[in-house]
Design a protein around this ligand. Structure first.
Ligand SMILES: *Cc1c(COP(=O)(O)O)cnc(C)c1O
Length: 380
């Protein structure tokens, strides 16, 4: 860097919009969930780039904390992740085995979740060709009707023992549709159906519970639990607010402040007019950064712990807050607005936006500076 390029230390650098991911908090959530799931071990679901938080750093932190089993949705995600987590871990691909992907999946050493009979046939055929038993999970549909073998598929699979005979069937799994609602009668029905199907595969380990399922009691636990959202600080089930450690923090700088006369609308459509004069602060974060457009005139930020409402519609690259009454220094350009932090979590934002915390996390944009709070180095 030449002298001309070097920042002047007397001029403080303008702060960047910063997303901080607390890896020790993820590890703490893993430990809490593992305790709940015990004696069943706990797997980490790191699909969709670990719900938007970074699959590689998240999986490495969890591996350091003792997690040896991971789930992604897509083979492409396994291709990115497996070289980092390396041997000694199982990495399952939830969305199944697409035609033509068999060789790549086997070469990689990822474990496909076989969701239909043809997937089992193709995987088994490749195992036959290679003269080896390839590892597999089998997903059965216990009532959600999304992915997994139907009862006809299961009958056909068991009628042809040579298919499974060429495989190393590691896990029989299914997925809850309503585990977030502990009162849903369908939870018990899915458990009973899964139990009945699993009796036909007596040698296989069984897995049914996601984060919410872990809180449904002993019946739902089986031999492996698969946690996603609760690792990342989401409330796993109705009524369990505040049980998980907070993982994400998002702070964005004010880039402009203006005084707005009474009656003036603001932003696209000139919505959100008020009868009083206001002070308005604009930040450079918008729906392109994953902040839901639905939060226009509805959502909030926090400045120094004080709630500031979003006013006007949210633009692609910016949005505005009513900061009337806050001290000048607290709302000058460069001052930070908390979008996610101690005052407002992912479930709060999801509620305001009429969506779920999963969507808030997975939409977090690519323009934030991303910081990771890291684990202490492994002992020894
Ligand atoms: C996403 C997913 C999970 C994790 O669910 P959470 O609710 O985030 O804990 C577990 N199992 C399957 C099959 C999934 O698709």
């Amino acid at each position: 860097m030449s002298a001309a390029e070097r920042p002047d230390p007397a001029v403080p650098a303008f702060p960047a919009a910063t997303l901080t991911v607390d890896l020790p908090a993820i590890v703490a959530n893993f430990a809490l969930l593992a305790k709940r799931a015990a004696p069943a071990p706990l797997a980490a679901v790191v699909k969709a780039d670990a719900y938007g938080l970074g699959a590689v750093p998240v999986a490495l932190a969890l591996k350091q904390a003792g997690c040896t089993c991971f789930f992604v949705a897509e083979l492409s995600e396994a291709i990115t992740l497996l070289p980092h987590i390396g041997a000694g871990c199982d990495l399952y691909v939830l969305n199944g085995l697409r035609p033509g992907a068999e060789e790549a999946c086997a070469d990689l050493g990822a474990v496909p979740v076989l969701n239909a009979l043809d997937q089992a046939e193709r995987w088994s055929a490749l195992a036959g060709d290679r003269g080896t038993r390839l590892p597999a999970a089998i997903q059965v549909d216990s009532g959600m009707s999304r992915l997994g073998m139907t009862s006809e598929d299961v009958d056909a699979l068991l009628d042809r023992p040579e298919i499974l005979g060429r495989l190393r069937p590691l896990l029989l799994m299914s997925h809850f549709a309503c585990a977030d609602d502990p009162a849903a009668a369908t939870n018990g029905q899915q458990i009973a159906r899964f139990r009945a199907i699993s009796a036909r595969f007596p040698a296989m380990a069984r897995s049914l519970a996601n984060s919410a399922g872990i809180f449904l009691g002993d019946e739902a636990r089986f031999d492996l639990a698969r946690a996603g959202i609760a690792l990342y600080g989401g409330t796993p089930q109705e009524g369990r607010d505040g049980e998980m450690a907070r993982v994400v923090d998002l702070r964005v700088p004010i880039i402009q402040v203006r005084e707005l006369p009474a009656g003036a609308g603001l932003g696209y459509g000139l919505t959100g007019a008020a009868e009083r004069a206001r002070r308005i602060a604009t930040v450079a974060t918008g729906y392109a950064d994953g902040w839901p457009r639905r939060l226009g005139n509805v959502g909030s930020g926090f400045v120094g712990g004080v709630r500031v409402p979003i006013v006007g519609r949210i633009s692609m690259d910016s949005m505005m807050f009513d900061v009337t009454g806050l001290p000048d220094t607290a709302v000058a350009p460069g001052a930070m607005v908390e979008l996610l932090g101690p005052n407002q979590g992912i479930d709060d934002v999801a509620r305001d936006a009429e969506t779920i915390a999963y969507e808030i996390l997975t939409q977090l944009g690519r323009r934030y500076v991303r910081r990771y709070i890291t684990l202490p180095p492994p002992a020894g």
